[in-house]
Design a protein around this ligand. Structure first.
Ligand SMILES: CC(=O)SCCNC(=O)CCNC(=O)[C@H](O)C(C)(C)COP(=O)(O)OP(=O)(O)OC[C@H]1O[C@@H](n2cnc3c(N)ncnc32)[C@H](O)[C@@H]1OP(=O)(O)O
Ligand SMILES: O=C([O-])CC(=O)C(=O)O
Length: 370
């Protein structure tokens, strides 16, 4: 066999054909089933985007009601699952808790091994109903607190934020959180989606593929960055302190969380631009201009020193902080939002499967004998 070309990190390698999404970096557009992600975030709700991702088209009013009804039908959580989570140490990492919870949900799915499009869509809707509860209540179960039940009088995003904070959000908070879920919902072929598709390509089930994606997303080079950004922002009290902190990290050749991107490289992440505007509005409403100013200062340092732009995580983190979401739940919220996208990819993989099985460039010895 001739030596196939080796591309470390599969950078720019086309690994799948997809009709779900595409990052058009030249045009600075994120395409979701033909629509532009930022326009969707400005005009529709997360449930509409979930329907678009899973079903291929945006719902009309009746379609949205139908989806909301199906979600409500799937709200009930197995008590055994909460019992299991309550046996976990209180300080368990929230992504590990989520991964365990998603994995355990498989045990309660009577059509687990049915990978047809219809069965996979039902699984995806069930996961969209249950994962926000796992995120919000997993922590509560692990620390022995009562769990919150979803409120049918709130929107999907409004209810999720209510379950995270215990307080009914106002209209601005709900809209900004909904937009954040939309911009986190899907992003072509990041490490987590690739991990899910690799797992699904053995015709393994959706829960397993999603659990694998959770493990991938936890890492700080990927979804874990939004939590790391917030800890960095809290470490510096003022814009000047943030500048000094960043410069000292750069001098030690450390990476600054929330900056750079494998695909955008040295171009702006359109999602970060939207979240920055949301942060400004929220900071204004909360009298927290100081936080916004600090973030702007950090952005300027990175552009000057490294020519790097912020990615979505840089501005989602302070937005989530102002929405009073606990920091250890920032990455779980990212995963909850990404559930729609990842499930769509698992469905597409199952529907048009080709087993992923690459080769290696062998660098070890040969000809040894025991
Ligand atoms: C929603 C998301 O998941 S977005 C990603 C979230 N992750 C982060 O924010 C973590 C911080 N960012 C990073 O570590 C990187 O930018 C990644 C992992 C996202 C992408 O990395 P790669 O595509 O592998 O970029 P690569 O490592 O080749 O970086 C190219 C250059 O930019 C530098 N660079 C990239 N990102 C950063 C950063 N955040 N801080 C400092 N320098 C950086 C690298 O050191 C490298 O410099 P060099 O050419 O002088 O060696
Ligand atoms: O695309 C990537 O590699 C990471 C990312 O921004 C995301 O998953 O939202």
């Amino acid at each position: 066999m001739s030596d196939p070309s080796y591309v470390p990190g599969l950078e720019n390698v086309i690994a799948s054909e997809t009709a779900i999404s595409y990052l058009d970096v030249d045009r600075e557009e994120i395409v979701l089933r033909g629509y532009e992600l930022i326009e969707l975030a400005q005009q529709v709700a997360y449930v509409d985007v979930a329907e678009l991702l899973l079903n291929g088209s945006l719902p009309d009013a009746g379609g949205r009601q139908e989806l909301e009804r199906k979600l409500a039908d799937e709200y009930e959580m197995p008590q055994a699952l909460y019992d299991m989570l309550s046996a976990m140490p209180e300080e368990v990492n929230r992504m590990d808790l989520l991964r365990t919870g998603i994995s355990a949900l498989a045990a309660f799915d009577k059509e687990l091994e049915d990978h047809s499009t219809d069965a996979n869509r039902r699984k995806a809707i069930s996961l969209l109903a249950k994962i926000p509860q796992l995120v919000a209540n997993g922590t509560r179960a692990a620390s022995g607190q009562f769990v919150r039940v979803p409120r049918n009088d709130l929107s999907y995003a409004g209810n999720f934020l209510y379950m995270l904070t215990g307080t009914k959000p106002n209209a601005l908070e709900e809209r900004i959180f909904d937009q954040s879920l939309i911009v986190y919902s899907e992003h072509e072929m990041p490490n987590s989606t690739f991990a899910a598709r690799v797992i699904a390509s053995t015709m393994s089930d959706m829960y397993g593929a999603l659990a694998g994606a959770v493990a991938s997303l936890k890492g700080y080079l990927h979804g874990g960055a939004n939590e790391a950004v917030m800890y960095m922002l809290l470490e510096a009290g003022t814009p000047d302190e943030l500048e000094r902190l960043m410069l000292s990290k750069l001098a030690r050749k450390e990476r600054i969380m929330g900056f750079g991107h494998r695909v955008y490289m040295r171009k702006p992440d359109p999602r970060a631009v939207l979240m920055k505007a949301s942060l400004e509005k929220l900071a204004q409403a909360r009298g927290r201009r100081d936080l916004y100013d600090k973030c702007i200062a950090g952005e300027a340092v990175m552009l000057k020193e490294k020519g790097l732009y912020p990615n979505l995580d840089y501005y989602a983190a302070p937005v989530y902080d102002l929405l009073r979401i606990p920091i250890p739940l920032f990455t779980p919220v990212f995963l909850a939002a990404r559930t729609a996208g990842i499930c769509a990819h698992v469905m597409e993989q199952h529907d048009h499967n080709r087993l992923f099985r690459p080769r290696v460039r062998y660098m070890g010895p040969r000809g040894l004998h025991p």
